[in-house]
Design a binder for this molecule. Sequence first.
Ligand code: ADP
Length: 195
Amino acid sequence: MQNKPKIIVFSEIDGSGKSTQLKLLYNELITNYRVFISKIEYMPLNDMNKSLIRNLLIEFKSGIEILKQTIEIHPKDNKFDYILCDRYLMCYLAYAYMYGIESIELIRKMLFFIKNPDLTLYFDVDVDLALSRIKERNSEINKHENYESLMHAKKGYEKLFNSFGNLEIIDANKSVGEINNNVKDTLIKRKLITR
Ligand code: ADP
């Protein structure tokens, strides 16, 4: 058993397959290790029509969500070997960029007390493919999930690559099985699991 939990983040836009891959890894790790899943359900869906009060409330709720996750994944006692995060601060900042907040790298620096995870997996997916997966999953697409805004969110992610260390880019256009194998190879390469 390990002492300090290893924190592994699953990131990228919706439809990239984060949750699918997280569940697969969870099912494999849970047979031998104590694994905790930290999922951020809420994502900021700001009003692009500049409703100041509404946007401030959304930013406030975002702040609370980030704080909640930070507390949740840094427990004082070492009850877990792995913490798998479905989204992280990085995802919030990429979405903030999507809503026109330019200074996301500076905001990350200001939030220096929020540590970098042991590994951030970036499931790099083509936006068209992500949208078709979302459509299949939900039958209806959220108005924020369109080609233009998701492309913008991806740009936000790319701006943050250097601000979050321990990042690995995984080609998420492949099949579920191929991606799962790449995830496991990455964890082995990073010495986060043994074969
Ligand atoms: P996310 O958590 O990033 O929004 P999901 O894991 O929920 O993505 O996947 C979105 C949809 O796409 C789900 O219906 C899932 O079954 C499907 N899916 C996930 N990964 C793949 C893949 N590699 N190939 C085809 N479909 C996928």
